[in-house]
Design a protein around this ligand. Sequence first.
Ligand code: NDP
Length: 458
Amino acid sequence: MTSTDYDYDLFVIGGGSGGVRAARISAGYGARVALAESYRMGGTCVIRGCVPKKYMVYASDYGHKLDEARAYGWEVQRGGFDFSTFMSRMHAEVSRLSGLYMAGQSSAGVEVFEDHAELVGPHTLRLASSGRTVSARKILIAVGGKPWRPSPEDLPGVEHTIDSNGVFELTEQPRRIIIVGGGYIAVEFAHIFAGLGTETTLIYRGDKVLRGFDDDIRDRVQSGLIAAGVQLVTQSVPSRITRDGGRLPLQVELDTGSLLRADQLMMAVGRRPATDGLGLEAAGVETGPGGIIPVDEFSRTNVESIWAVGDVTGRLELTPVAIREGHAFADTEFGGHPRTMDHSNVATAIFVQPEVGTVGLSEADAREAFGDIDIYKTEFRPMKAVLNGSTERVFMKLVVRARDEVVVGAHIIGPDAGEMIQMLAIAVKMGATKTQFDATCAVHPTMAEEIVTLRTKS
Ligand code: NDP
């Protein structure tokens, strides 16, 4: 068949970060492109993830800033926080961005279906609302993930809980919230709610949050949660949730036998690929552990005409990664410029307060990979905190491969650590050595200057 035998050269399923980038770039190369999105254009990141979450972090952090301003001489009256005003402004911005995503597709010449698309074969899809069947020479699955919760058999009463979608739909600020989990989402929202003045409890099944991150970071995030007023309950999971009346209607029983009450319980126990009703079997697309779609370095699935990018592939569940995978797909398949996304040394930030920024290997992973490594670290009180009496501290750590002095990991906790790690990631990605860090002159007075003045191995 020639390409004109198909309705489209490319059909993208999913209007999130990876899908919209792949569609727009492919259309720019002259491909006839369509995209289906069953919810709202923008995907998890824009609609119920990174963007609204970051606004909630800002809202929460303003409380601390008011206190800091008072210490600097400002006459500040600290009133209450108007949750509904904030949420309606945040949603207005999310809607504006979603509109921009839609407009970006249209102006690129992508035909958008606000509909659920289901695969019915390697080149064919059915659109649920219209019932229309369309064909495409190539199909890209970019459906992302969705929050996972245990079944009611495993956790009776789980229907009374919310997840990281529901948290953005709250109309009232919780008085007391219980958050279950110890990953990115759990620790970020624990800080958000504690900062907004909600009594916050974090329940984690392990003994230290953020499994997989550098241990120094994990220790400090854990103590930072407690310092922020979060009640931390480790080595526990909820075993039953019941709902009755009153101001705190949820009663939560833990496997340890403890009882807690709250008006909201947020499960943040991981995400799963959003492949329900996608017709993967009909098209012959194989899935892997946890329902992910395995792909090769060019994002090819086992079916010759079908590719997948983003969270659904279970590689690195991060927006900029999905964007790059989608762009690389478009360049390869429609731009005549084959390339892959390099998943090494991808920096990431965790928006706890203060933030975590991290790139490369943890100390433990580097030791396992290279044996001989050198560690440089520092911890200090940032200049601003000295005057306002805050106990906030900044922590910085470099993990250096001893044989060639290459910096293989950098980990920061502190205000704006997310901004710092983006810059530092360039050096780490380039394979800079510790000597090159040392040769870089400091910017004074900043927090970041400490990263080029680390002299002593620990
Ligand atoms: P994570 O996979 O990061 O964490 C899930 C947490 O839930 C872990 O602490 C895990 O414990 C715990 N858990 C899993 N199953 C159970 C269970 N049955 N009972 C109790 N606890 C359980 O998932 P998140 O949902 O926090 O985040 C998903 C992904 O989204 C992240 O991996 C990240 O890539 C992305 N993300 C990125 C952000 C950013 O860049 N700032 C922000 C938010 C999300 P254990 O550690 O013991 O396995």
